[in-house]
Design a protein around this ligand. Sequence first.
Ligand code: SF4
Length: 272
Amino acid sequence: MGFCYGVRRALRLLDEFSQRYGKIQTLGHIVHNEQVVEKLSVKGISPVNRIEDIHSSVVAITTHGIGPRVLSELQSRSPQIVDTTCPWVYREQKAAKRLAEAGFSVVIFGDADHPEVKGVLEWAGEGGRVAQKLSLKHLYDRIPLRLAILSQTTQNPQVFKEFVRKLVDEFLPSGIELRIINTICDATQRHQAAAIELASTVDVMIVVGGKGSANTRRLAEICLAQGIATHQVETAKDLQTSWFPGKCRVGVTAGASTPDEVIREVVDKLKN
Ligand code: SF4
C-alpha cells in the first residue's frame, strides 16, 4: 500500500530538478494528495491549473500526463519541461495514438474528468471517446467498424472485464474489428487484490488517501463491495470513534499517492 512506483519516480525527478533549477511549477497537482502538495511547496514546487498561469522557467508534467495539444502549447511557452508522466500512462498514450493512426476509434474506459483520461483522449484523436458506463451505445451514432478499447490505469480490473465481456457479446457478432488492451497498471492491480484479501479478514476497513485521488476512491469502493464497513480518510484527524464499537479487527490500506508517514499516523492512532 501507499506510494506506487510512478509516484516515487515523479517525486524523485522533481527533487532532482528542484535542486538544480530552484522553483518549479507543475501543470495540475503532481499527485492527488494535499499532504504531498504541501511538502513540495516548501521546496518551491507549486501547482497551477492553467497554462496561462505559468510564470516559472521550469514546468513539470504530472504523473497523469498530458495530450499533444497541451504539450505543444507548453513547449511554445516554457524553455525547460520536466516530464514525470508515469510510464504506465505513457504506454496508454502511445497505444491510443498508434491505434488511432491505424484507423481505430479508441474508447477509454475511465473517468472523463480525470487528467489522465483527458490527456489520453487527446492522443486518441477525433474518434476517441470516454466510456464511463458499461455500454457504448450513447457514444457513437453508429458503432465504428474498427474499435479499440483501453482502460484508465487505475480502473477496477473486474469492472473493466465486465465492460469488455459486454462489448464482445454485443458487437462481435456484427462483424466489427475489436482491439482490446488492458492498460490498468500493475500497482493498481496489486493494491486492489491486496485490499480485497485484507477486507475478507477484518470487520472494518480504513482507506487512507486524498479525496481527489481516483485510485484511493476505487480502493474504498472495492472494499465496500466486499460487504465490509469502509471509511476513507485523508489523515488520522478524520478517524471517528463511532466507526469502531463492536469491531475487533481493523484493516488499513492506502492509495498510490498516500505518503508513508500519513499511513503511519493513521495506524498509530488506531492502535492507541
Ligand atoms: Fe503510475 Fe499506476 Fe502509480 Fe498511476 S497508480 S502513477 S499509473 S504506477
